[in-house]
Design a protein around this ligand. Sequence first.
Ligand code: ADP
Ligand code: ASP
Ligand code: MG
Length: 403
Amino acid sequence: MPVVVQKFGGTSVGDADRIRAVADHIARTRREGIDVVAVVSAMGKTTDDLIRLADSVSSIQPPREYDMLVSTGERISMSLLCMALAELGVDAASFTGSQVGIITDNDHSRAKILEVKADRLREALAAGRVPVVAGFQGVSIDREITTLGRGGSDATAVALAAVLGADACEIYTDVTGVFTADPRVVPAAHRINRISFEEMLEIAATGGRVLMLRAVEFARNHNVPLHVRSSFTWEPGTWVVEEDADMEEAVVTAVTHDTSEAKVTVSALPDHPGVAAKLFRAQADRSINIDMIVQNASANGTTDISFTVPKTDLGVSVETARATAEELGAKGVTSDSDVARVSLIGVGMKSHPGIAATMFETLAREEINIDMISTSTIRTSCIVRTADVERAVRSLHAAFELG
Ligand code: ADP
Ligand code: ASP
Ligand code: MG
């Protein structure tokens, strides 16, 4: 029997009616002769609420306790979904990440999946039962409950699809697929029917939160076809697959934006070998993910280095950079949270000169100042003021005729 993993995001299980609608869909899929493994997120904004609750209780949140808390949201939805399935006469059983053997490293709140045992899933499927798995969580090699980072239910779904050799991993959400820009910001954005893992990776890495970056990486590495679609209309959505000849040959595929990063600047660093190495080794040792890096031309034997980091890591990053700056005799460290990144994504960029120039001209026409620029073979990103970013996305979407 074919097997699909069906993952339902927060809005898709946001209230009792939504949970019953999801149960209906699972029952329908089973009637079509397809085995289903369901993965659920926490209902609505439950995870945000739990994080706020923790913040209101204490500024000290031991990582183990943080994960113990935020992993509970998914347990609510998994058990409710099983009850809704029971009412439809579908035999189902809920499982936590730990119960299905999702083994992770010890890095609380952003743990990496190391291994998936899935014995209990196979047993449940063999018994004709629908396993409903709590997304976003696992158990560490030290036997502690861990979570996989925000949006982590996508990673759970892909990992289970890979280990079961599922025919597809369906990601049900509140939009009908992957769009040429966030449809909430650009009403003219259109759905992309098929997209390559490479482009989807760049979209996910630059703020298109419809799929979690790590989930896309995992899907590409294990060649798990992803189908992103709506749990409101149930219509076919976007297939994320290996690049093939049927794909649209667009030069630019999507415009993305991200307001989750901040900029750190270390000024007047001595300009000699080993300085950048020291600065970024110290950041890496604190598990900080650096995105863009810009070093200014040297003047009077010193140079400035700016880089971007997730806002959630800003405090630790600045503190670490200050220590390095002092050690190296730099002038000081400043930070700026009022920045956002706008990016153009497209495999066609490799072979079409002038894309970056058109991007800068478009932003210039809108009088949007560019603070930092970075490029890869299939992406160009600019850091701009937060207040300008949505206008930047809309004007670029129009300039590259993506509507
Ligand atoms: P879920 O809770 O189902 O995981 P998310 O909120 O994580 O849903 O992701 C879906 C949201 O991603 C959409 O509501 C949409 O606003 C946003 N989004 C951002 N960029 C894109 C894009 N390029 N295509 C589709 N959705 C996007
Ligand atoms: N509930 C978790 C979050 O809000 C995981 C997820 O939704 O994928 O980040
Ligand atoms: Mg999500």
